[in-house]
Design a binder for this molecule. Structure first.
Ligand code: G16
Length: 586
């Protein structure tokens, strides 16, 4: 029984999807994504699916975000959040695709219910609840309505949150389900937006105050919001950040120009200035004191760049640089904390059983990671590095394996995860104050220094949104790291020197013909393609290149890197020509 489901409308979308527009729509790198015209049926089905899944828990919530992130404005997409605020668990991801593609709804529901029955708590009589957010695309309201219809048709409650960034949606699911509070699902309204700001800003503000950080009048941060939903939500952060930085916004309100020659994807792929903002960038008196920060359309990705004085090129600080900075921050913080633990234990004022030197920091990267970053992390910082297939959904679980797992794609999508047990070990000291102890001035000083280190590390961890990559919290963590390590933008750039690299793309007849290895950088079928790529790369010693079908766009990506930029172009062009000419894929 599907209550409130407009049967006529449902039939209309169903036949449109399976006849006129039918093509293989898959749950890709970040959920379903396509031209918004093809998503009506999918939204109804995702609503029904999530409405049934929500019946696993009568008190918790799930989340759905309507966004196509970095894609052009005509596209849209669906990202779904599990009860813990991260992307939906892998076993249900496959099921969601099967569910959407089954022409017979009753059949699809029967199969799904069988699977859900195996999940503890599931009861068809439960009433689930799902938060539905959206970005600024014109196609969003209609798609949100269809999701809502799907959810309600199986008796699940819906709360539409309006325009929110994707990480805000995930945050709210995580916060509501995992934090002690006495609010009911239906009274969770005002708290929705306030909780996001309060959670992260409180810890950042404490961190910077404790550091004694003072605003530098000649320094400027220019924030490029890709004309996306970040512009709608940045307000409270912009206002609050002014006490520490001169912060200006660009590409924050022209939503019809979403992702058009601006934002993280554009800057990362073109390695160029956001086109319409160049005059604004040039207007600063001392360009060497300016750093530009670019978010993507739904504010889950971030890259920084430093303008050059000739304004011809930029110095990009991508996702690899960001996690290298976090790795350096954590490594130094743990080392320092270890010495403070040893010192405080000698005072007899406290008996601290923390062993920060034993915490394992693991770095998770993809084949798109610049080779120099991996050398820096592995050989210089001596950290464990692990390679995972592209897509945050793949990196995230791998990062969970370490005490501190730090992951990011070069395009700026990532975060760090700290084991809850470790965070709790630090939290024990968070409310202690030196004033409440008695001892010699020397011992009290040692205690004070220990408490400073342990609390700062705890605060830093709490500044980060650990559900998914988040432009806002990553920006706060980058700034907190730079401030602690006393680094300028130039120092950040100089952590290591990037190999020259390029991301290009090519369209082929059917990208699903390419079968890839686990890490997605080797073509297993058709094998001749990989042989030809190997032959091209072998001609240019020191270069590396691979191709990979995109999971968000109808294209094949080509990546190449080398110490020589002309060589990068040659390798990319030769691979492109080879693909055009290849009869197996074209
Ligand atoms: C999404 C994913 C990212 C991925 C990107 C491009 O980002 O969340 O993990 O790197 O797509 O993926 P692909 O190379 O498969 O096209 P976003 O920001 O668009 O959601």
């Amino acid at each position: 029984e599907f209550h409130e489901l407009d049967k006529n409308l449902y039939q209309e979308y169903l036949s449109k999807f399976f006849n006129k527009f039918h093509r293989h729509i898959a749950y890709g790198t970040a959920g379903f994504r396509d031209d918004a015209l093809y998503l009506e049926h999918i939204c109804l089905r995702v609503g029904i699916f999530m409405g049934l899944f929500a019946k696993v828990d009568n008190h918790k919530i799930l989340g759905i975000q309507i966004t196509a992130s970095h894609n052009p404005i005509k596209d849209n997409g669906i990202k779904v959040s599990d009860f813990d605020g991260s992307m939906i668990r892998p076993e249900l991801e496959k099921q969601l695709e099967v569910f959407v593609l089954d022409p017979n709804l009753d059949n699809a529901v029967a199969e799904l219910v069988k699977i859900l029955t195996g999940i503890q708590g599931f009861d068809n009589k439960n009433q689930g609840m799902v938060f539905v957010g959206q970005d600024t695309r014109p196609s969003c309201p209609k798609l949100v309505d269809l999701i809502e219809q799907g959810l309600k048709s199986v008796g699940t409650l819906v709360r539409k949150t309006g325009e929110v960034t994707t990480p805000m949606l995930h945050h709210n699911v995580w916060f509501f389900n995992n934090f002690p509070h006495n609010l009911s699902r239906s009274s969770w309204t005002e708290q929705f937006t306030a909780s996001y700001f309060n959670t992260y800003w409180t810890f950042f503000n404490e961190f910077m105050t404790e550091l004694g950080f003072k605003k530098k009048n000649d320094e400027h941060i220019l924030l490029d919001l890709s004309n996306g939903v970040g512009g709608v939500r940045i307000g409270p952060f912009k206002e609050a950040l002014q006490q520490y930085y001169n912060l200006d916004l660009i590409n924050d309100t022209e939503h019809r120009l979403l992702n058009e020659q601006c934002g993280a994807e554009f800057v990362h792929k073109s390695q160029d200035y956001p086109v319409h903002s160049i005059e604004k960038i040039k207007s600063y008196p001392d360009i060497s004191k300016v750093r530009v920060v670019s978010y993507d359309g739904d504010s889950d990705r971030i890259v920084y760049f430093l303008p050059r004085s000739d304004f011809k090129q930029i110095d990009l600080l991508d996702g690899d640089k960001m996690i290298s900075l976090f790795a350096l921050y954590f490594k130094k913080a743990l080392e320092k904390l270890q010495t403070k633990v040893e010192a405080v234990n000698k005072t007899g004022l406290l008996n601290v059983d923390l062993k920060p030197s034993e915490w394992v920091i693991g770095m998770v990267q993809t084949p798109y990671a610049n080779g120099s970053s991996t050398i820096y992390l592995r050989d210089q910082l001596k950290l464990t590095t692990f390679f995972s297939p592209n897509g945050v959904k793949n990196l995230h679980p791998n990062a969970h394996k370490y005490d501190i797992g730090i992951y990011c794609e070069s395009n700026g999508h990532g975060t760090f995860l700290v084991k809850e047990k470790k965070t709790a070990e630090l939290e024990k000291f968070y409310h202690l104050r030196t004033e409440d102890f008695q001892g010699t001035p020397e011992n009290l000083q040692v205690l004070k220094e220990f408490l400073h280190e342990v609390k700062q590390l705890y605060r830093f961890i709490r500044v980060q949104n650990q559900c998914v990559g988040d432009s806002i919290t990553n920006m706060l963590c980058i700034e907190a790291s730079l401030a602690t390590l006393n680094m300028t933008g130039q120092d950040y750039l100089n952590l290591y020197t990037d190999l020259k690299c390029k991301n290009s793309k090519v369209t082929i007849r059917d990208k699903s013909k390419l079968k890839m290895s686990y890490s997605e950088d080797i073509v297993q079928e058709p094998k001749e393609i990989q042989d030809k790529i190997n032959a091209i790369v072998a001609k240019y010693p020191g270069s590396r290149a691979f191709i990979r079908p995109s999971g968000t766009e109808d294209i094949v990506r080509i990546y190449a890197e080398s110490s020589d930029s002309a060589q990068v172009d040659t390798v990319i062009n030769e691979i492109k020509e080879m693909i055009f000419a290849d009869k197996t894929v074209n």
